[in-house]
Design a protein around this ligand. Structure first.
Ligand code: SAM
Ligand code: SF4
Ligand code: SF4
Length: 339
């Protein structure tokens, strides 16, 4: 595999998002609706889930031969995977990997953040969709209070992890929480990012009407807390950055629906059961587990991945409006690939 391999649209493979479990302690209604992900739901059995050694091997191959530098651990809820900090320390040993991040709902962080930091975790993105306790308990489908997530945020900061907050905005669910969230984080070191509600998976009954656009989110904030655009930090950054005019602190909006960023998308996703997924909206992934569990050497695994990447022509968001008129196509659930 050569370091500069690109897909059919000329996009390199730069970062890898690793889902370490399909289980979650939350049942966010837009992601794992409790009626579907109930006690009869069949989660992956242990033997089908990649081991830490297998995950590390894939990451090492991609770092060595494709030049990836960034890894993100996600889920399901990554803190549900037993001893996830051991995985982080294994990934941290890989030459060339200079940034390891985690996306988490934050509720299980207290008591673990020091260990995660020591293992080599640099950053956490914590998801929080409302500061209103009653509403948050409803959204997460498990009656978990906001204070649990706020404790997780505090623990992450105390351990010296860089913290960002992601808030998915869904019309009728939490658009009135945009301003309280912006006010809450405005004077802190934490960057809050709003995410347009996306049509990932089929379980959440997504409709275009549910989307609160980047434009609308911008104007809700800007009316009370004036903000202005800031330059991206790097090519391919998914969030549009803004700064508050009065204190220069940053806030972001991720507009996968109304302003797609497929042309610079250089991410691959590895599902907990070892599928390489080349787009968040793909209907399936490319199995790596079989080749990892065969007697193939690293060179052969690398070649297999190269062939997958070179065939990649995904640009679902850029073409979304073509798809919404049609009968829904089957897509992988968010809880399988972790955002
Ligand atoms: N459980 C962890 C968490 O919630 O942070 C990691 C996995 S979760 C699938 C990753 C991110 O995807 C979360 O920030 C979540 O809010 C977001 N997400 C889930 N479903 C979404 C959707 N339909 N549209 C936009 N974001 C979504
Ligand atoms: Fe769990 Fe994250 Fe999905 Fe919520 S968004 S159900 S916390 S995986
Ligand atoms: Fe990347 Fe697919 Fe999202 Fe486009 S729709 S930015 S190709 S993950």
């Amino acid at each position: 595999m050569n370091k500069f391999m690109t897909d059919k649209l000329g996009r390199p493979l730069r970062d890898l998002r690793i889902s370490v479990t399909d289980r979650c302690n939350f049942r966010c209604r837009y992601c794992m609706p409790p009626e579907i992900f109930d006690k009869n739901f069949k989660f992956l059995p242990k033997k089908e889930i990649l081991t830490f050694e297998e995950i590390t091997r894939v990451s090492n191959i991609l770092a060595e031969r494709a030049g990836i530098k960034k890894l993100r651990i996600t889920g399901g809820e990554p803190m549900m995977r037993h001893n996830v900090s051991r995985l982080i320390s294994m990934l941290n040993e890989i030459d060339n990997i200079n940034d390891i991040a985690m996306t988490t709902n934050g509720a299980l962080l207290p008591g673990h953040t020091e260990g995660l930091k020591q293992a080599g975790l640099n950053r956490v993105t914590i998801s929080l969709d409302s500061l209103n306790d009653e509403k948050f308990r409803y959204i997460n489908g498990r009656d978990i209070s906001v204070s649990k997530v706020l404790d997780g945020i505090e623990a992450a900061e105390d351990a010296g992890l860089q913290v960002k907050i992601n808030m998915v905005v869904k019309r009728g669910m939490n658009e009135e929480d945009i301003l309280p969230m912006a006010r809450h984080f405005k004077d802190s070191k934490i960057i809050l990012r709003f995410i347009e509600y996306m049509d990932v998976g089929n379980a959440n009954g997504w409709k275009l009407d549910h989307v609160v656009s980047k434009k609308e989110i911008f104007s809700i904030i800007n009316k009370e807390l004036p903000i202005e655009p800031a330059d991206p930090n790097y090519t391919g950054e998914v969030a549009d950055r803004f700064v508050f005019k009065d204190n220069g602190n940053e806030i972001g909006i991720i507009s996968s629906v109304t302003d797609a960023f497929c042309s610079t998308c250089s991410r691959a996703r590895l599902s907990a059961d070892g599928k390489l997924v080349t787009c968040l909206f793909a209907s399936g992934g490319h199995d790596l587990r079989d080749i990892l569990r065969s007697d193939a050497d690293d060179e052969e695994v690398a070649e297999h991945i190269r062939q997958i990447w070179e065939k990649r022509d995904d640009q679902y968001s850029a073409e979304r409006l073509k798809h919404t008129d049609k009968k829904q196509i089957r897509k992988i659930e968010m809880s399988h690939i972790g955002g």
